[in-house]
Design a protein around this ligand. Structure first.
Ligand code: SAM
Ligand code: SF4
Length: 333
């Protein structure tokens, strides 16, 4: 009986992985154009009326929490482009069973919103930052570095903690910035995470020539620093080390060189209510038509259970790099 109850309360896929984590895209729009993520000049965004409203999002997240999901990360596109995001965060943070609400952002608008985000129940943030060289930052993103730094410092001053910096490493683009990034994170008490490029959409595939196996970066860092194994709460797929004698933790996210699909506990929902079971797969389930046709809570729970069974065993980024047509910001990376 107890086990039966647990089954009803949890989302387990056909490979016995329990889904505890949802990445929720609140918009596919972005104010930057990181060249590995969004096509240059792209403006083929979804129609605003096709995006889920706050009420619709809250319904879906309530369903996920009934099914045992306890962590939600707001992402995009750039989530802070979505009007009134702190209001949505506050509504989600109040849902029973949601223990952990976090945000991934490019930080261009963070200085303005950090206080409201903190007050709404977001405690931890991840910030994308691939270099602290303003000229290179402009080349990679078409944006201005000083806005991002301003956002990061404001978030830190307000007490958002931990602040994790996500750096996509690309050979010949920013691999020589690794040591500067380590220094920047040491000075500011940020956590640093390196990410391997993924062949998502043409933009992701175009940077395949810049791909680096992060084990190379780790070997290089070991020549300069003593790295000891470390753990980090809410680590997800990252493997962490710590620079001995400091508080700096460094994470390695290696979807290509050492995939972590067997322990994957997450799914994603796009801003228009499409559930994606895997970053590296086109399996999806459209929730928006059901929400707009008056589906009951019980049926919504059942649909989500059924959708989870579409989750594949693993991605095929290495075997079939041409497979995923959508680029990262369309999914909710
Ligand atoms: N705009 C927010 C940001 O940049 O943090 C949230 C959305 S962004 C799509 C989420 C993450 O996806 C970022 O850390 C970004 O660097 C990463 N990303 C985008 N395209 C990628 C690719 N082709 N390979 C690896 N990471 C990618
Ligand atoms: Fe925008 Fe984030 Fe994609 Fe950069 S990585 S273009 S900031 S969505």
């Amino acid at each position: 009986m107890v086990n039966q109850w647990l089954d009803i309360m949890s989302l387990v896929d056909q490979f016995n992985r329990e889904i505890k984590y949802l990445r929720l895209s609140v918009t596919d729009r972005c104010d930057l154009r990181c060249f590995y993520c969004m096509p240059n000049g792209f403006d083929g965004y979804e129609e605003p009326t096709d995006g889920l409203s706050f009420d619709e999002i809250e319904r879906v997240i309530a369903s996920f929490t009934r099914l045992g999901v306890s962590s939600v990360r707001l992402t995009g596109g750039e989530p802070l482009v979505r009007k009134d995001l702190p209001l949505l965060a506050k509504r989600l943070a109040a849902l029973p069973g949601l223990d952990d609400l976090s945000l991934s952002t490019n930080a261009t608008r963070l200085a303005k919103h950090a206080r409201a985000l903190h007050d709404s129940g977001i405690s931890r943030i991840n910030v994308s930052l691939d270099t602290v060289d303003p000229v290179k930052f402009k080349k990679i993103t078409q944006g201005k570095l000083d806005k991002v730094i301003e956002g990061l410092l404001e978030a830190k001053a307000i007490g958002l903690n931990p602040i994790k910096i996500n750096m996509v490493i690309m050979k010949g683009v920013n691999d020589d910035d690794v040591e500067d990034m380590v220094q920047f994170c040491l000075e500011n008490e940020f956590t640093l995470r390196f990410i391997e490029t993924m062949p998502m959409g043409d933009t992701g595939r175009n940077v395949r020539d810049h791909y680096i196996d992060l084990h190379e970066i780790e070997t290089r860092l070991k020549e300069k620093y003593e790295l000891i194994p470390a753990v980090m709460a809410g680590a997800g797929p990252a493997r962490y080390v710590q620079v001995a004698g400091t508080n700096l933790k460094i994470g390695f996210i290696t979807p290509i060189s050492q995939h972590f699909c067997d322990t994957c506990n997450r799914v994603r929902m796009s801003a228009t209510g499409t559930l994606y079971m895997c970053l590296g797969d086109e399996h999806k389930y459209e929730l928006r038509p059901l929400l707009r046709n008056g589906i009951s809570d019980d049926d919504l729970d059942q649909i989500i259970r059924d959708a989870i069974n579409l989750k594949p065993l693993k991605h095929e980024f290495n075997e079939k790099p041409e497979k995923v047509m959508r680029f990262m910001s369309m999914t909710g990376g």
